[in-house]
Unconditional design. Structure first.
Length: 438
């Protein structure tokens, strides 16, 4: 919602590395589903980004899409400001077509040199499935420091006989050795199919891993040890829900900046860009927060106040939306918000801060349930509500806690709020969305 690259045809997964007071935003680039590299954009505040463009491209040996990655600093003291990243390619082997992880290095986080092919990380068939025909995956290492030096790495992999993910370690930052995969206990959480690893962090001796798949685009599992077992957290397990139809956001990643922990992810609009691809953008960055029981939540980051522009004035019944959108804020015990769409349909958001939040599409007399978001929020009543509307995209916050996202069928044109809504302000920052000419 806050930044869309303008130097590539389309983008997908994002990851951020913070260094020397600069946010380096990396994004998978290429045609939708046919990714051929990654690009980078830079920011001094985490809100306004300058697009540098594609800085890594796939090789001619790749038999499929270019896979996403992450960035980390060399763990060796003598290496100074040396950074590594990983990416994956699908390669033909004697066993079939397999996804393999490769590495590159950089001294400035902008220019990347691929390491030799002999440094690639091969799927270990003792515990993992390699061949694409059998559902094999081997993609996207996210590292975390080991107590004894070096890193543990967690990544997307198909574990033999069960749902899980990959686990490995490295001494030098780019030679990796696979380890037995941790047990993943879904703890009753509704997950169908394999999972992808977004990131991992450590807080008060516990390890929190971000996972995603088609039925649950962002959920959290926790372990007492790096080798697991991991169990989906009982309270607030899903940071994002899928809802009906396509995702509205996907693939959360951790990053640290100035001693604080954050999550970034991308938003997925049903609107198309000039190349007829869905518009993918960086969502507003969220601050990570843990309650006294070590349950993880996401909260509004104060820097995102910079999204707000001039006030919008409307009558008691409706407020016309500027084309780029707005930020709506208010205080209520319960209530609702209707967003009229360009298509004539209406997106109805029903707030019950004591229970859940529901999104329904009203099409004439038909009510189509879209998404239900159970959220056990606590705090003052009446609750503070914040709704971000950016063309087709919506983000919702209650008492500064992130609730979820939604993608409307078409752009919103006006608001019809019910309840004590105090403020509607124009969307201030402009990104580089390129829409088809009409």
């Amino acid at each position: 919602m806050i930044f869309t690259p303008n130097k590539v045809v389309a983008c997908w997964d994002t990851w951020i590395y913070f260094h020397n007071n600069t946010y380096y935003l990396y994004y998978l680039s290429g045609r939708m589903g046919e990714w051929d590299g990654f690009g980078v954009a830079v920011s001094n505040d985490g809100l306004h980004f300058k697009d540098i463009g594609q800085v890594m491209t796939t090789s001619d040996k790749n038999e499929g899409y270019f896979g996403t990655g992450s960035v980390w600093r060399s763990p060796l003291p003598g290496d100074g400001e040396l950074f590594y990243c990983n990416f994956s390619e699908w390669r033909k082997t004697k066993k079939g077509v397999e996804q393999q992880i490769f590495f590159a290095k950089s001294n400035d986080l902008l220019h990347w040199d691929k390491l030799g092919e002999d440094s690639y990380f091969e799927c270990d068939d003792r515990w993992y499935v390699a061949d694409e025909q059998n559902g094999g995956r081997w993609d996207c290492i996210f590292p975390i420091e080991r107590d004894q030096g070096g890193y543990y790495g967690y990544y997307t992999a198909k574990v033999k006989g069960r749902i899980g993910f990959g686990f490995a370690e490295t001494e030098d930052g780019y030679h990796w050795a696979s380890l037995e995969p941790p047990i993943l206990d879904l703890n009753g959480h509704d997950v169908t199919g394999e999972v992808e690893v977004g990131a991992i962090c450590k807080h008060q001796g516990k390890y929190f891993i971000l996972l995603s798949n088609q039925t649950s685009p962002g959920f959290v599992a926790v372990a007492d040890r790096p080798e697991g077992p991991f169990c989906v957290q009982k309270t607030n397990p899903a940071l994002m829900n899928a809802g009906r139809g396509m995702w509205s956001a996907y693939f959360m990643r951790f990053f640290s900046a100035s001693g604080e922990l954050f999550v970034n992810h991308h938003s997925i609009s049903k609107e198309k860009n000039a190349h007829n691809h869905e518009i993918i953008s960086l969502a507003p960055i969220k601050k990570v927060w843990f309650d006294p029981g070590n349950t993880m939540y996401l909260k509004w980051w104060k820097v995102n106040e910079g999204i707000k522009g001039e006030p919008i004035y409307g009558d008691a019944e409706r407020t016309e939306l500027p084309e780029e959108g707005c930020v709506l804020e208010g205080q209520l015990v319960d209530g609702s918000l209707d967003i009229q769409m360009l298509s004539g349909d209406c997106t109805h958001i029903k707030f019950d801060p004591h229970d859940d939040i529901q999104i329904t599409t009203r099409r004439g007399t038909e009510m189509i349930p879209e998404k239900r978001m159970p959220r056990p929020f606590w705090g003052k009543r009446p609750a503070d509500i914040r709704v971000l509307v950016r063309r087709c995209l919506i983000e919702i916050y209650v008492n500064d806690f992130f609730v979820d996202t939604w993608t409307m069928e078409t752009r919103g044109t006006c608001l019809k709020p019910e309840g004590n809504w105090k403020s509607v302000k124009k969307w201030k920052i402009s990104d580089t969305i390129s829409l088809p000419s009409t």
